[in-house]
Design a protein around this ligand. Structure first.
Ligand code: SF4
Length: 646
């Protein structure tokens, strides 16, 4: 096994073989179909509402339903809920979600088919303090953990109940934080402490998860976990999810980027897409993600692929040279596909962020504006928006006497034999089979070349990743725009597919730009929004405020959807700011991990505001909480009026 192996293969699609875990009637792992789950948002003590929502989730296609059990009473109430679901004719396994209350876990483990514990708060009360632990003090903490945890293991063994040890980036214990920090390694160690105790007790009905609201951290943590299990065994099944992904496009894109990057490498046995929407809306997104792999075959990528050239457990962007505004240290560019338009007009540019103000004869430029359009056979004959480049076919470019702001687009052989080339930038189209070491060398010698790469392979992400490996092996620093084409997809499927395909590469540090050709998948505006959403989700280019909002559950203290919408309406223009919107103070502060500001439910009608991890205003009336949040952002110098840059 290579020193950084984390999946069965980087060149063909293959599921990671894991132990099989029995969860009631629906077993998990061991390359069984990838299971879909979601979580109720009702108050667990509201038996009727929880039963009704569970049934809706089951009917929409959930293989498991998770229900929060914050107290022993909630845990006990799982019994009538379960009995009613069985009476309705469904044997769908139920999962109890536990935080902070081992007694509730022990009650639930006697009733439902699986319990989820969070190693960060099963025993430890989080104080957000950095405590220096001696080896002895650390061992004593672990002993306390053992004493509280072993009774739960024994109940699970007795009742045949499975367990998810679900680590969250934002809620690591002070003990783990002090030794490993807020890192993927800390997340893995946190779960492994619990796994070790389970194994010592001869219990292996375990599922593991490593969630974060930051897909980069989440992907690295899962990879590191699998690497560790592949080295030391056994390999337990994985539950995948991005926490607090948010709502709408953002939630779908962020979840698809994080979950999809792992599914592409054959990791993941059950997934939960968490959206700040009705939980039934999560299921179709999860189904679309899983469907991508149902028929994916073991197609090997042709040719010899150089060994893994990156460290998959941390983020480093591939080194590329700067060609105009592409490559080097610059943010990845977005290239919009206008090649199918009959005649491009200046009003078409509105869809990609440039609106022409006829009255004042000037361009207004939004935050998410594409950097280039691919016009193929057209020359733009109007005065284009400032900063917008046009990539057109090399022949048209030459025939039209090299028009301003236009850059020629070649295939490799056309480029190598061309007599006319742009003095600053030439875009060269390539797929993996087109390239070899000698051609890469020739292209690399010309410092004006930018590659626009494509794929027709069924496992396209892996083929494009292999192309990046080839470039790395040849020590080439040619900047690369990653291109993907889609046709005839509905909006959600388009967003899922493009986010997985392009986001996976960006998370590996690959790519200096993205180009999405989407025929009959939605408007140009949607495609542009999706491209910027993918760059934002992978943290490669921040073009808007990021909302880290929890999906809500039985603990939620306010209407999350309405509150998120109200906060979004006032702060959406604060580019780069991260705002956490959390339904409860029990888990919220931990879950929002790296938010700049937090808006957290702390009692009925009460909100507590955070700056980073620190409370700045406690228990404000929810009616005025948004104004307080705005004032807090202003006091910290991070506010700008809409229409002005922060
Ligand atoms: S943060 Fe949100 S989803 Fe998490 S426990 Fe609290 S209310 Fe539930």
């Amino acid at each position: 096994m290579s020193s950084n192996q984390y999946c069965p293969s980087l060149t063909h699609y293959e599921r990671l073989k894991t132990l099989e875990v029995n969860i009631g009637s629906v077993a998990l792992g061991n390359a069984l179909p990838i299971r879909i789950q979601s979580m109720t948002t009702t108050n667990t003590m509201d038996t009727k509402a929880t039963i009704a929502q569970s049934l809706r989730l089951i009917e929409s296609g959930c293989d498991y339903v998770r229900i929060t059990a914050p107290s022993i009473s909630d845990a006990k109430n799982l019994l009538p809920i379960k009995l009613s679901i069985r009476k309705a004719g469904y044997d769908t396994p139920l999962i109890a979600d536990i935080h902070f209350t081992p007694n509730a876990a022990m009650t639930a483990a006697r009733i439902v088919e699986k319990v989820r514990v969070n190693p960060g708060n099963f025993i430890d009360k989080k104080r957000f303090e950095h405590i220096e632990y001696t080896d002895l003090a650390y061992e004593e903490e672990l002993e306390k953990l053992r004493l509280k945890f072993i009774p739960l293991i024994h109940i699970c063994k007795e009742y045949g109940t499975a367990m998810r040890i679900g680590t969250n980036h934002g809620s690591l214990s002070d003990r783990i934080m002090s030794r490993y920090g807020d890192t993927p390694l800390g997340m893995v160690e946190s779960a492994m402490e619990f796994v070790k105790i389970c194994e010592e007790e001869g219990y292996k009905q375990i599922v593991l998860s490593m969630k974060s609201s930051n897909p980069q951290i989440m992907v690295q943590a899962y990879r590191l976990l699998v690497h560790r299990m592949m080295q030391n065994g056994p390999v337990y099944p994985l539950h995948l999810g991005v926490t607090e992904a948010g709502e709408g496009d953002d939630g779908r894109i962020k979840s698809s980027v994080g979950i999809g990057a792992l599914l592409e490498d054959g990791l993941g046995d059950t997934i939960r897409v968490s959206l700040t929407e009705e939980p039934e809306k999560e299921v179709p997104v999860a189904q679309k993600l899983v469907a991508r792999y149902r028929k994916r075959k073991r197609h090997e990528i042709d040719g010899k692929i150089p060994a893994l050239s990156i460290n998959p457990f941390s983020y480093q962007r591939r080194k590329s040279r700067k060609v105009l505004n592409i490559g080097g240290e610059q943010v990845p560019v977005v290239v919009a596909d206008f090649s199918l338009k009959n005649k491009i007009s200046k009003y078409d540019l509105e869809s990609i962020g440039y609106s022409f103000d006829t009255l004042n004869d000037k361009w207004n430029i939004a935050d998410a504006t594409a950097d280039y359009i691919f016009s193929n056979h057209q020359i733009i004959d109007f005065e284009s928006a400032p900063g917008l480049g046009i990539i057109c076919s090399a022949n048209i470019w030459a025939e039209n006497h090299e028009p301003e702001n236009h850059f020629p687009f070649f295939n490799i052989y056309q480029f190598l034999s061309a007599t006319k080339k742009h003095s600053k930038m030439n875009v060269v189209y390539a797929t993996l089979p087109d390239l070899n070491k000698e051609l890469i060398k020739q292209l690399d010698a010309d410092k004006t070349v930018v590659l626009l790469i494509d794929t027709f392979h069924e496992h396209g992400m892996a083929e494009q990743r292999a192309l990046f490996y080839q470039l790395e092996a040849a020590q080439s620093q040619i900047p690369v725009i990653t291109g993907r084409a889609y046709g005839d997809l509905n909006t959600e499927q388009f967003q899922v597919d493009s986010s997985v395909d392009l986001g996976s590469l960006l998370l590996d540090g690959f790519g200096d730009g993205i180009f999405i050709a989407a025929e009959n998948c939605g408007t140009d505006e949607l495609v542009n929004r999706t491209a910027f959403g993918i760059l934002q989700a992978t943290r490669c280019r921040i073009s808007k405020t990021e909302f880290i909002s929890c999906p809500s559950c039985g603990r939620t203290l306010f209407d999350l959807q309405q509150t998120t919408a109200a906060i979004r309406a006032k702060t959406n223009h604060l580019k780069g700011l991260k705002i956490g919107i959390m339904g409860c103070i029990v888990n919220g502060p931990g879950e929002m991990a790296d938010a700049d500001f937090g808006y957290v439910g702390s009692g009925p009608g009460k909100v507590t505001l955070y700056k980073g991890k620190e409370i700045v205003e406690r228990n404000i009336d929810s009616a005025s909480a948004l104004n307080h949040l705005i004032r807090l952002i202003k006091t910290n110098g991070m506010w700008s009026e809409p229409g002005h840059d922060a």
